[in-house]
Design a binder for this molecule. Structure first.
Ligand code: FAD
Length: 405
């Protein structure tokens, strides 16, 4: 600003597409851009394009409430989210880009005996795998988060909480921009405002490239990382994916002085909240009950969420809300992701992160790059197959993902 906004260097180049790439990644969110970065950095594959129909991070990456944690229940999930957490811890240094990772602690409130049993089960499972997660009494929860109302007269009294101290938040668009800059520096082409409209296949069924709004772009491998739009893109290659896309909303308040020191989630009353560095309370809602591609969502969903926030934190009753928006989340039946080869040779898919995939961004990107480069999964993403919905070997994280972040 002191230079009158002149002389800024572009963070990534915007080249004309080549006729063919070794890998085309569809979707310029954190997962797609991160996968391009790790393909270049860890596998030496730099003839890569990331194709984004809008602007980088304009999908769920730039719309989410940025909660990061790794205290999931099943082995497959714990490995992948903990892998991600470890990458978060060094990501600003890795990318030389401040992603503002802030391990301020994520506290999940328990309101009834069911919550308590479920959280304690998670705590025990997590500890067996060396993942931090601890049980707090209501008084300890209040000490950790002073605005919390723990009175017995509350509509849904709190009987404890699970706390992951290493959990926290990060700056969402910085993650997209940081990966984009680092990938571009290694030769990856970032192509924005270019919508994929078809997937072309050769006589042997193998992918040969993608049709786009800027013409055909050849590719030896095509990797789909398009979150809420996955089913529409996979349909272009005649692959059905067990996903439902629905709107998920968030909203922010007017800026306040620092008052909220951590992240709090409540599955039972269904709300989650933190405070951004700008001072806004960042509040997340639940998914709409119908499938849709609208990036807005129903009014009754956010009014319910605000009712819940006012119950938990009565001192926020007079705070004004400033902005609301929605993203399109891609939910699988078992609420775990899919990161898999597909029946079409050369076509890979990363999807199903649903309402909770921001925290997975570095880990997912890193493991997806491994799958694309080596044509076989890493041990951490080996369970995230498409086949599991046929064989029944599900990873049922519905409880861990209840409010789902
Ligand atoms: P996206 O960022 O959505 O990227 C996919 C990209 O594909 C988009 O940019 C889109 O434009 C592009 N695309 C689609 N179709 C095409 C096409 N035909 N051609 C070219 N490009 C295409 N997760 C958490 O871990 N913690 C949270 O607190 C959390 N809160 C959330 C709150 C909300 C309101 C929402 C909506 C989501 C939340 N999530 C959260 C989930 C998280 O945002 C996502 O799981 C994650 O960001 C997905 O990243 P992505 O890179 O896969 O997808």
């Amino acid at each position: 600003a002191l230079r009158g906004h002149r002389g800024w260097e572009k963070q990534w180049t915007s080249p004309e597409p080549r006729a063919e790439y070794d890998v085309v990644i569809i979707g310029g969110g954190g997962h797609g851009l991160g996968a391009a970065y790790y393909l270049a950095k860890e596998h030496g594959i730099t003839n890569v394009a990331v194709i984004e129909k809008g602007w980088l991070g304009g999908g769920n990456t730039g719309r989410n409430t940025t909660i990061i944690r790794s205290n999931y229940l099943y082995e497959e999930s714990m490995h992948i989210y903990e892998h991600s957490m470890k990458l978060w811890e060094g990501l600003s240094q890795e990318l030389n880009y401040n992603v503002m990772y802030s391990p301020r602690g994520v506290m999940m409130l328990s309101h009834n005996i069911h919550d308590q049993q479920s959280f304690k089960r998670h705590i025990h499972a997590n500890r067996l795998y060396g993942i931090d997660n601890e049980w707090l009494t209501p008084e300890q929860a209040k000490a950790y988060c002073p605005p919390l109302d723990i009175s017995a007269s509350a509509r849904y009294p709190i009987n404890g909480a699970a706390l992951q101290r290493r959990g926290g938040t990060a700056r969402h668009d910085a993650v997209a921009w940081g990966y984009a800059r680092a990938a571009s520096d290694r030769g990856v082409h970032i192509i924005q405002n270019c919508e994929v409209t078809g997937i072309r296949r050769g006589p042997d069924g193998r992918v040969t490239g993608v049709e786009t709004s800027r013409g055909f772009i050849g590719a030896k491998k095509v990797a789909v990382s398009a979150a809420g739009h996955t089913t529409t893109i996979m349909k272009m290659a005649d692959v059905r994916v067990p996903l439902q896309s629905s709107p998920l909303q968030a909203l922010v308040s007017e800026p306040l002085k620092p008052i909220f020191p951590c992240v709090v989630m409540s599955n039972t009353v269904h709300a989650y909240i933190s405070q951004s560095d700008k001072g806004e309370l960042v509040i997340g809602a639940g998914t709409d009950q119908y499938n849709s591609y609208s990036q807005t969502g129903g009014l009754q969903i956010i009014t319910h969420t605000l009712d819940a926030i006012c119950e938990l934190f009565p001192m926020f009753r007079r705070v004004k809300m400033m902005r609301q928006w929605g993203g399109i989340v891609d939910n699988t039946p078992d609420r775990s992701a899919i990161q898999s080869k597909t029946p079409v040779p050369g076509l890979y898919v990363n999807c199903g992160w649903g309402t909770g995939g921001f925290k997975a961004t570095p880990g997912s990107a890193n493991l997806f790059a491994h799958l694309i480069a080596r044509d076989e999964p890493h041990k951490f993403n080996a369970g995230l197959t498409l086949e599991r919905f046929r064989t029944g070997r599900l990873i049922d994280e519905a409880a861990a993902a209840a409010v789902a972040h």
